[in-house]
Design a protein around this ligand. Structure first.
Ligand SMILES: C[S@@+](CC[C@H](N)C(=O)[O-])C[C@H]1O[C@@H](n2cnc3c(N)ncnc32)[C@H](O)[C@@H]1O
Length: 341
């Protein structure tokens, strides 16, 4: 910071790299809980979704199963267990995990229990061929840039040092801010965000799908349309935390602009399905039936835990609507499961 204030994106990237390197983020003892950590139903249904998508692709073997940011590896483990129901699919899967944190890579290796996989630092390193790509709560961790509309126009929000702590400062006015068209006319006082890394990644995924075939599933929290707003936030021990305090010790995220991701992938030739609410998507894939099967014959406490997990995943006031599923596919492939008629 000796060189002066830095963009929010640079702050977020540096703080998050340190944070994920610790590998202690997940679960009741960590800072947050993700859908696959709430219930095995999530990863299982994603696995069945992928099996149907794979059949729609003409059952290519091998198929690269690419997971971006697999966390503790819970989703991929549940995915593979469910995929065992379609033996030819299970046999065709060649797992490729995109993960930068060495400690999380180690947890993922354990979760895979002996199943071979290849780890990469970035999506572009995944070898060629058709892919099935899964990204749950990955895009919300990619660094965002923020701009504030002032009387002089849009100015980038930067992070500077003030005494012993960090604070937001504003850069010089920017004539052409890299913001969505719908957002640029927002009134003074507005804050708007863009995620260049997320947009570039969605474009790369779209390009890959259009050229080599496959499907991608992006699940995250965010908005279906580009809109102004300050969504930069931190969570520490399951409670909101000021994002400029204790960098490297709190999870930093921002809402995902699904419209921007969809446009980037579509611009490269991919077909886009959704986004739709996570709750509706999971219900269309049969989560209630799966929940009933898991509750069947179980002691009341265990059955109640399944019912409560179901509610957390699909409830409108919980993850059901704020979290959304976006499907991307090669233009020639049939409709993806769960996205509706
Ligand atoms: C919020 S966690 C989500 C974990 C998992 N998908 C789940 O649902 O439990 C974000 C994951 O992305 C990884 N990650 C964050 N930024 C990354 C980047 N730029 N490249 C690769 N992995 C990254 C983190 O280490 C972590 O595994």
């Amino acid at each position: 910071m000796a060189a002066g204030p830095i963009p929010v994106a640079a702050y977020m990237e540096t703080a998050l790299a340190a944070y994920y390197a610790r590998g202690e983020a997940f679960g009741a003892a960590g800072d947050f809980t993700t859908a696959p950590e709430i219930s095995q139903m999530f990863g299982e249904l994603v696995g069945l979704w992928a099996a149907v998508a794979w059949q729609g692709m003409g059952s290519p073997a091998p198929v690269r199963l690419v997971e971006l940011g697999p966390g503790r590896g819970t989703l991929v483990a549940d995915f593979l267990r469910a995929a065992a129901g379609v033996p030819a699919f299970l046999a065709a899967i060649d797992p490729h995990l995109v993960e930068t944190s060495p400690s999380l890579r180690a947890l993922q290796r354990t979760a895979l229990g002996g199943r071979a996989a290849t780890w990469h630092d970035g999506f572009e390193q995944v070898p060629g061929g058709p892919i099935l790509l899964i990204a749950n709560e990955f895009f919300d961790a990619l660094p965002i840039r923020q701009f504030e509309r002032t009387a002089e126009g849009w100015r980038e929000r930067l992070v500077g040092l003030d005494g012993g702590g960090f604070r937001f400062v504003l850069g010089d006015p920017v004539a052409e801010p890299p913001l969505a068209e719908e957002v640029r006319g927002s009134p003074p006082g507005s804050i708007a965000e863009t995620c260049p890394a997320g947009i570039a990644l969605a474009a790369a995924i779209g390009r890959r799908l259009a050229r080599e075939g496959g499907a991608a599933l992006i699940v995250d929290y965010g908005t279906a349309r580009s809109a102004p707003g300050d969504s930069f936030q931190a969570v520490r021990r399951h409670a909101p935390h000021p994002p400029l305090e204790n960098p490297g010790e709190a999870d930093l995220t921002a809402h995902v602009d699904f419209a921007a991701l969809a446009a980037a992938a579509k611009g490269e030739g991919a077909r886009v399905e959704g986004p739709i609410g996570q709750g509706l998507w999971l219900q269309r894939l049969g989560i209630s039936v799966r929940a009933r099967a898991l509750m069947d014959g179980k002691p009341p406490r265990q059955a109640a835990a399944v019912a409560s997990a179901l509610q957390r995943l699909i409830g409108a006031e919980e993850m059901g609507t704020l979290f959304k599923a976006l499907g991307l596919a090669a233009p020639s492939s049939p409709p993806l499961p769960g996205f509706g008629p």
